[in-house]
Ligand binder design. Sequence first.
Ligand SMILES: NC(=O)C1=CN([C@@H]2O[C@H](COP(=O)(O)OP(=O)(O)OC[C@H]3O[C@@H](n4cnc5c(N)ncnc54)[C@H](O)[C@@H]3O)[C@@H](O)[C@H]2O)C=CC1
Ligand SMILES: Cc1ncc2c(c1O)C(=O)OC2
Length: 245
Amino acid sequence: MLSGRTILITGAGRGLGRAIATRLGEAGATLWLADVRADWGEAAVAELRGDGVAARFVPVDLRDEASVDAMFATVGPLYGVVNNAALADGVGGKAIHELEVADWDRVLAVNLRGTFLVTRGAARALIAAGGGRIVSIGSDAAAYGSPRLAHYIASKGGVAALTRTAARDLGPHGITVNTVSPGLTESESAAFVPEHRHELYRLNRALTRPQQPADLVGAVAFLLGPEAGYITGQELIVDGGFVLK
Ligand SMILES: NC(=O)C1=CN([C@@H]2O[C@H](COP(=O)(O)OP(=O)(O)OC[C@H]3O[C@@H](n4cnc5c(N)ncnc54)[C@H](O)[C@@H]3O)[C@@H](O)[C@H]2O)C=CC1
Ligand SMILES: Cc1ncc2c(c1O)C(=O)OC2
């Protein structure tokens, strides 16, 4: 379904990005796994290559404009980019009246500014290629308005809004831009989420089993695939029916 397509995934060293890489590799895509953690990224690439996937690692720090631009220079022509990297662990715990500007800046620098930098680089690469796809990973927490996560939620609401304006800017160039927003998932970063938030999801999902990384990947593959070429500017929530809208 994606053979001959080169797709870059940020934050692909572990968690949801790693699961997305597995799914896109199964679909035959050629992959670039980008991460600030070279150890995680290289290990993921080694596993994928062991399964016969054409995968390579490229280092990037989304907080650094020059690093993002260098990443795009390294990888060359692309068909798709998945904006997955974000600070998702250790971000909770403070209500807005307790939040420090340093907390806000640390999270926004990666999750929103970094997503802008990667989306801008992706746009330049995909315009040069004559078209392509961008998928950004949001969070259902933005629509729900989860407490004690103001900076994280503002960043993810910003990602969904950035998707809408980028879709309009890039539509004339044959590029679609969409957001896929997972719910609380049993990935490595979930260990940092307080038990009461897991309980909230357990009790309020339409589907009653906990979300796994593999539950997200089909939606991402679909939006990158041949049947989604007329879908753009949208947010698709994949959370087992916790947020319904
Ligand atoms: N796990 C969950 O329950 C949920 C996750 N999400 C979103 O899904 C995405 C993936 O989340 P997880 O896999 O849980 O996160 P994670 O923390 O397990 O993985 C994130 C990856 O991004 C990388 N990264 C962090 N800062 C970076 C930087 N400055 N430059 C480059 N790479 C950087 C990390 O090294 C890591 O490999 C994020 O956008 C997150 O906000 C959304 C809803 C729920
Ligand atoms: C820390 C934290 N708590 C709850 C949630 C998330 C999160 O990152 C998320 O992305 O969706 C729900």
